[in-house]
Design a protein around this ligand. Structure first.
Ligand code: CTP
Length: 413
């Protein structure tokens, strides 16, 4: 077992003389069990050949946004990565990354990821000391990018000074530190578990053109599905936003639109699931009559009569055996605690994730969320504003605790 087993690392190589040292870094990452996807910039290809990385890395070198097998290589690479390592990083790369300029496949991938990023600058001392370069570095540090090096030492052309790429051993040690730091630590603690997650807002058709929908983007549910998959679970994600769903080998996406379709998909998967997380915003009502033709404009008022949909979570809760953990969401605009606790009881579930969808930067469509978890034992745990991926981690930690400790532990008969 290597220390990086199961971890996916994108290794970005830019065009500096130190590019040859990236070969050694690549070999060390592979030896430690990582899946390494190399990206070479045009400049890097002047210093080092593709064939070297093709032979050493886990997959073929990618160099362009346009010539690769995958139609959107940057999002494919960026979303799957556990970490992106840029080694070496030129002054140009630092500037493009800082300003969010998607100039090539590597910078596009850096923009299309939420994974931690390590950048290892290497350049001549005069370049390294330029205020513009230093400002870029400081800004990247502020944003949470880990900068490794540069060291002092011999540079190209016989010069000596600051700007030499850190040695490969230190770079790999930095990778280990970042991957094992609290937030990024991906133990395989969900390995062997089946997880079912619903995500997105259902769309209830009025006619072929219009529907009744809600503001859910699916981001929180997708983050939970991805987090469970990276922690080793076999995940089914039933979503109304399949084009935004994450891509992971452990994750199967089931596309649905309506509450009825979501109910059917969830009911068919739930019996085999150890954990069900209903993160979807399911419509409570659907039009009784769905017109087969487009409803035309008229002078009269239009009346659409609605009937209730099936409450998927409550129905799972009514036949809850206790072997399975059921997690629901409570999207509220007022009386958060009271309403959430009521839903926990009424739906017969184990854990409810309450979020105030009217608060700033939380809930629908944001990348961040702030939630409070309530469980059957009356425990209340608050998680302040954080990235939805971190919130996903907290929800899964709590659900796994319930799964492992059982219901007796928390007072359920
Ligand atoms: N839910 C469900 N089926 C429905 C409606 C909701 O499974 N038809 C689930 C949601 O996925 C969520 C939880 O129930 O996990 C609570 O959803 P929410 O919309 O907050 O509450 P409702 O039960 O719909 O009640 P209300 O709209 O009155 O707050």
């Amino acid at each position: 077992m290597g220390i990086f087993d199961g971890r996916r690392i994108v290794l970005g190589v830019t065009g500096g003389i130190a590019a040859y040292k990236a070969v050694e870094v690549c070999r060390r990452l592979i030896d430690a069990g990582a899946h390494v996807s190399p990206i070479l910039t045009k400049g890097a290809e002047k210093f080092i050949g593709r064939a070297t990385f093709d032979a050493l890395a886990s997959e073929k070198v990618q160099t362009s946004l346009w010539e690769e097998e995958h139609p959107i290589p940057h999002t494919n690479l960026g979303q799957k990565a556990d970490l992106i390592l840029v080694c070496p990083a030129t002054a140009r790369l630092l500037s493009d990354y800082r300003t969010g300029r998607s100039a090539d496949l590597l910078t596009a991938t850096l923009l299309a990821t939420r994974a931690p990023v390590i950048v290892c600058p290497a350049m001549h001392t005069e370049m390294w000391e330029q205020p513009s370069v230093q400002e870029n570095i400081q800004e990247l540090v502020k944003r949470g990018v880990e900068i490794v090096g540069p060291d002092q030492g011999r540079l190209a052309g016989g010069d000596d000074g600051a700007g030499r790429l850190s040695d490969p051993v230190s770079i790999v040690a930095a990778v280990e530190k970042v991957l094992n730091s609290g937030l990024n630590s991906k133990t395989q603690d969900f390995s062997g578990l089946q997880v079912l997650v619903s995500a997105g807002g259902t769309k209830e058709p009025i006619c072929p053109v219009r529907y009744i929908g809600n503001r859910s983007s699916g981001k929180q549910g997708h983050a939970i599905a991805l987090e469970a998959a990276t922690r080793g679970a076999s995940v089914v994600c039933v979503t109304t936003e399949p084009s935004r769903a994450p891509n992971h080998p452990n994750l199967q996406v089931v596309a649905v639109e309506t509450a009825d379709e979501m109910a059917k998909a969830v009911f068919s998967e739930a019996p085999k699931s150890d954990l069900v997380v209903m993160a979807a915003a399911v419509a409570d009502f659907t039009p009784i009559i769905k017109s087969e033709k487009k409803i035309k404009k008229s002078e009269e008022c239009l009346e659409i009569r609605l009937e209730p949909t099936v409450d998927i979570l409550a129905s799972l809760g009514s036949s809850h055996t206790g072997k399975q953990i059921l997690v629901g969401f409570a999207a509220e605009t007022n009386d958060l605690e009271k309403n959430a606790k009521k839903k926990l009881e009424a739906k017969g579930i184990d854990l409810i994730v309450a979020n105030d969808v009217s608060a700033e930067n939380t809930g629908f469509n944001y990348d961040t969320n702030a939630v409070t978890l309530f469980d059957l034992a009356g425990r209340k745990t608050e998680f302040p504003l954080a990235d939805k991926r971190d919130i996903a981690q907290a929800i899964l930690d709590a659900a796994l605790k319930l799964k492992v400790n059982g219901h007796e532990e928390i007072g359920k008969k």
